[in-house]
Structure formats: C-alpha cells, structure tokens
Design a protein. Structure first.
Length: 626
C-alpha cells in the first residue's frame, strides 16, 4: 500500500490496519459481489433453514433457559444494584451457558451459531447485562479464538474450564487507544532464555475483565520482518492468577449496570510462550477473524430487544386512548408501529441469514457480519427510540417509579440506556462503515495498490496495468448496459419481485458509483468519509431488502395463507429504496465541504461565541480537563 504524502503516524496506522486484513477471498461473499455489481442469488436463495434436529436442540435449551431467567433473575434489581447475583451466574454455568458454542468433546453444549444467537436474542429481551456477561465471554472472549486457531493442548486445557463456568474476557482497547492499534502501548518482551514474555500495560473497557479467570490480551512484541525488527501485535492467553494482574477500576455506564467492565493493569507479568495464541505478530489479524463471527451476537441481541419493544408498543398502543380512540389508530403512531414491525422483520432476516452462513462455512462472512452488526444495531436504536415516544412520559419514567405509583413497571427507559451501546461496541457505526468500505473497494484496490506503490517493481506495475485494462474493458460497460432481472428460479412472490429486481439493478449502479468516486477523489477518498458512508448505507439497505425478500419467500412457502411476511418485506423494501435514492443523490450533491469547513472553524474556537451563557465543564471540580 502506498501511503506517500501523509504524516508518519497516520502512515503507520494505515500500514498496521492493512497488514491485519484478510487479504484473500477463499470463499464467495454475497456482499463483496454486490459491491462489485453482481448479485449471486444462489448464496442467499433459498433462505437457509435450520435442520429439524438442530431446531429441536435449540428449542429444548431455550425452554430451560427461559424458565431459569424468569424464576431466578430480576433485571430491574440488576439495574438498581449494579450486579448480576452470583447465584444467577452459577445457575447459568450449570445450564451450560458459558459453554454454548464449545464442542461436546470439551464438555460444552455444542450449539450451532443459529441456536447460540437464538439464546442471546432471548436473554437480550429480558436482561441486557446478562447478555453482555455471556457474549463477551464466548463471542470475543477466549473460547472463540481458541476454537479458530488454538493448539490442541491449549484447547484441552482451557475449553473444559469454560464449559464448566470459568469466565473469559478480551483485552484490546487502551486508555489512549480505540480503533487505532498502531498506537498500542501494552508490550510483551521475551525473556533472555525465550521461554516467556514479560507483559506490561493497561487495558480499558475490558468487559468481564474484573471477574475473568482467563483473558485474551493483545500486546506489542518485537518481530523480525525482512531483516528488520518491528513491533507487531500478538495475542496472549493470560490467567488472573499470574503474578502482576491488577484490576484498577470497575467502570460504570449509562446502561448495562450489571456488567463487569474495567481498567486492567499488567505489571511485569510473566506469560509462558506456550500461551501465545496462534503466532507472534498475528494478534490483530486474529482479532479481526474472531470478530467476523463474534459480531453476530449484537444483531441477535438487537433483534431480541427490538421484538420486546414491538410487543410493548403494540400492547400500549391498543390500550392508551386519546382523542376518542386508542393511539395505535392515529396515523402518526400507526405508521411507527408498521415501520417498527417491518424493520424488526428485516433485522431478523439479516441476522438468521448471516448466522446460518456462519454455520455452513461455505461463504466468507466478514462483510455480512459487519453489515449485520451495522444494520441491526442502528435499526434497533430507532425502534427503541420510537418505543419511548409511543409510551410518552411512561417511556421516560423508570420501572421502579412506575411500580411505586401502581402502574406496570415497563422498563422502556432501561431498554434505551442498555441498547445505546450497540452503536459503539465491537466497532462503532463509523468504524463499521469504514471497514465495510475498505472491503467493498477490494475489487479495485488490488489493481490500484501495485500501480501506485513505490515498492512495486516496474515489471509488476506493467503486468498489473494490463490485467486492470483487461478487467475493466469488460467490467465497466456491464455496469451500464448489461442489466437483467433477477432469475426466475428464485420463486419470489409476485409482490416482491420488483424489489429483488431493484437490488439486481441497483447493485450495478452502486458498483459504478463506487468506481467513480474512487477515480474522482483517488488518494483523497479516505478523507471523504461521508461519501463512503453513503455508499455503505446503500449496500446495507440492499442487503436488508434481499434478505427480507428471501425470508418472506421461504415463510410463504411454508404457510401460503400467511401474508404477513410478504407485507413486511414489501414495506421495508419500499422504505429502503427511498433511503437508497436519497443516498445516491447525495454522493455528488451535498454540503460535506461546507460542514467540514465549519467544523474546522469550531475546532479553531471561531465559534466559541455560540457557547456563551452556559456553565461549562469544570476540570477543577470534575477531574482533568476534557
């Protein structure tokens, strides 16, 4: 990758991020091809269903899990006290909840990704804090990367412990390091005899970190690369019993009051070399690989919460009377309900499709998982916001206060506080869009990078140039002139055929516009993030339409008399198409430059007059300055 013309710190960050990517596509991806102007419908049609045996296995577990939660866990108490009771954690461990995805051979339940996500959706509809305890443990905690790349001795040592209830955590973020791992300060230096590493540093917002028995810790280690020593990130398995482990602070948040999240410090901790996970220097690549599947917990949890909100909104809209009728009959509220239901259907369609693809292991889901996280976290936030609005003052009032004055203690206010984090954790919405945009451009960048790189030889540049010309000679005209409707073999209901055809047509428009902005802005494109975001938003909505239509077709095939899925898919497709058209319009006609100029003036304090008449944040009373 050529990064000339930018400062050294940014150059280093870009190089680290690029090295951590999975550079090859060994399996097909619906979204990767969609951004390149092609819809491979065979990847998502027919909509994948659970096998009857797998569904029954999940059903049995969910019955036990639901009964346990109802009888033993009070989510309002968790929110009030800031702790999930130890007896609840112990009970969840006995049910096998800490080993849901761990194979039977290591003592786990061996649930499929679909069944695991069904469980997380169920828990999320009841208690967000409990969801995070379990998801941080096995979506991004030690079990997932162990199953991906761990050695058999490592698996045999740790997986049975987790299956019995030992808790794990993932430590990457630092006080001054968020999404830029190049600035990581935690280090692991090999001992003189090479049998161990000395770990030093701090990790912030380490979920489960304050109670974890075992953690994955990312640290910079010296690596010889092409004859030169470089600092690269390595993943280590760390046990809390190792000398030098210290919990500095348990963090408190707006919501999810019962989670154990904190600031962790490692003081000259000696970690055996056998505890290196995968290979030295491959920590960031491992983190990204883990998140490809680990991110799927958030869409599942978002679906559970969205369905809970829809249930509350429907019941209240049928009960609350204003101006002579229940509020659900007023058009303003009625459309909110309809849109909430359609969005929930689309979220489920995306979530269960991507979860099934993860189980099948025949497709590359790095884009699908990131898109599912983005699509569902933002969709559930809109639904939660609408639920508060529909409930009015009762949506803003706490459950305890409602109960204290004799009303139903519906915890909508808690749901809003708990759900907001989903737009931040495991990649903020902004980082997700940048990640998706980078992967979406891979079709073109594999030609562009060698052509502009100062490190590529003349022969390689010439060879790449001719390959690019051959590719674009056929690819680019097809994005304009070759358009056909989606194949008839999809057996889409006639009411939805126009939407599937729209995806087929618009994928080509998206592909050529992506190419156009790359050619127009070239090296400056990485600064035009709002343009990239619009392109990603288009892809997100196209994925939502495609998944919803596929699922609706499957459900109609099972029950032809149920028109609900068709109507919901029709509504979400219409809404998405209007959003897509607005995003296309804003690609080249927008106020981005004006907004950026104003933002720079704000940063230069030229708009400080706008802040007059307030009592500003005081560093003297509230600790250090912002």
């Amino acid at each position: 990758m050529d990064v000339q013309g930018i400062d050294e710190s940014k150059k280093k960050s870009l190089e680290v991020a690029e090295e951590a990517r999975e550079t090859t596509w060994t399996h097909p991806s619906f979204l990767a091809q969609l951004f390149a102007g092609k819809c491979d419908w065979d990847l998502i049609f027919p909509y994948p269903e659970q096998t009857p045996e797998d569904a029954r296995k999940g059903d049995r577990f969910l019955v036990e899990l639901e009964s346990f939660l109802k009888n033993n866990l009070d989510p309002d108490e968790v929110d009030r006290t800031g702790a999930v009771p130890p007896r609840v954690i112990e009970g969840l461990a006995k049910l096998g909840c800490f080993g849901m995805k761990i194979p039977h051979k290591y003592g786990g339940l061996g649930l499929s990704q679909v069944n695991y996500n069904r469980a997380m959706a169920l828990i999320s509809s009841y208690c967000g804090s409990t969801t995070v305890w379990l998801s941080a443990h096995q979506s991004i905690g030690v079990p997932q990367p162990l199953l991906l790349v761990g050695t058999e001795p490592q698996r045999e040592k740790y997986l049975p412990l987790f299956a019995k209830g030992a808790v794990s955590a993932f430590a990457l973020t630092e006080p001054d390091v968020g999404s830029d791992p190049a600035t990581m300060k935690t280090t692991a230096v090999p001992t003189d005899n090479g049998d161990a590493y000395i770990l030093n540093g701090e990790k912030l917002w380490c979920t489960n970190g304050t109670v974890a028995d075992v953690l994955i810790v990312m640290a910079k280690t010296p690596v010889i690369d092409k004859g030169k020593e470089k600092q690269k990130v390595t993943a280590f398995i760390v046990e809390k019993t190792m000398l030098g482990f210290e919990v500095i602070h348990r963090c408190q948040f707006m919501g999810l009051k019962g989670i154990e999240n904190g600031l962790i410090r490692f003081n000259n901790m000696k970690v055996p070399k056998e505890n290196v996970l995968w290979e030295v220097g491959k920590g960031l690549k491992l983190a990204l690989m883990t998140l490809n599947t680990g991110r799927l917990t958030i869409p599942a949890a978002a679906c559970g919460a969205a369905k809970w909100c829809l249930n509350v909104s429907r019941r209240w809209a049928n009960k609350r009377e204003q101006w002579g009728s229940v509020v659900g009959k007023h058009e303003a509220i009625a459309y909110k309900l309809a849109s909430m239901a359609a969005t929930t259907f689309a979220m489920e369609s995306v979530t269960w499709l991507t979860s099934a693809l993860a189980d099948q292991k025949k497709t590359d889901i790095r884009l699908e998982a990131a898109m599912a996280k983005l699509f569902c976290s933002e969709g559930s936030w809109r639904i939660t916001d609408d639920t508060v609005q529909i409930r009015g003052g009762r949506g803003y009032e706490t459950a305890d206060s409602l109960k204290a004055r004799g009303e139903a203690g519906v915890p909508v206010e808690r749901a809003m506080r708990d759900m907001r984090i989903n737009l931040i954790i495991e990649g903020t919405s902004e980082i997700m869009r940048l990640f998706i945009a980078r992967e979406a451009m891979d079709t073109h960048l594999k030609f562009i990078f060698p052509l502009v790189s100062s490190k590529a030889s003349l022969g390689k540049k010439v060879n790449t140039f001719f390959k690019a010309m051959q590719f674009y000679l056929f690819w680019y005209p097809r994005q304009w002139f070759v358009w056909q409707k989606a194949p008839g073999k999809l057996h889409v209901p006639k009411e939805l055929k126009c939407h599937v055809d729209y995806v087929e047509k618009t994928a080509r428009k998206l592909a050529r516009n992506l190419f156009h902005v790359m050619m127009r802005y070239q090296a400056g494109l990485e600064k035009r993030q709002r343009i990239l975001f619009r392109l990603v938003n288009i892809g997100s909505d196209l994925f939502g339409i495609a998944a919803s239509c596929s699922r609706a077709a499957m459900l109609m095939g099972k029950d032809p008399n149920n028109r609900g899925p068709i109507e919901l898919a029709n509504l979400i497709s219409r809404e998405a198409e209007r959003r897509i058209n607005r995003q296309f319009h804003g690609l080249f006609l927008n106020d981005d430059k004006l907004g950026y100029r104003i933002a720079n003036d704000i940063l230069e304090n030229r708009y400080s007059w706008l802040e007059q008449g307030i009592i500003p944040f005081s560093p003297d009373k509230n600790g250090p300055d912002i």
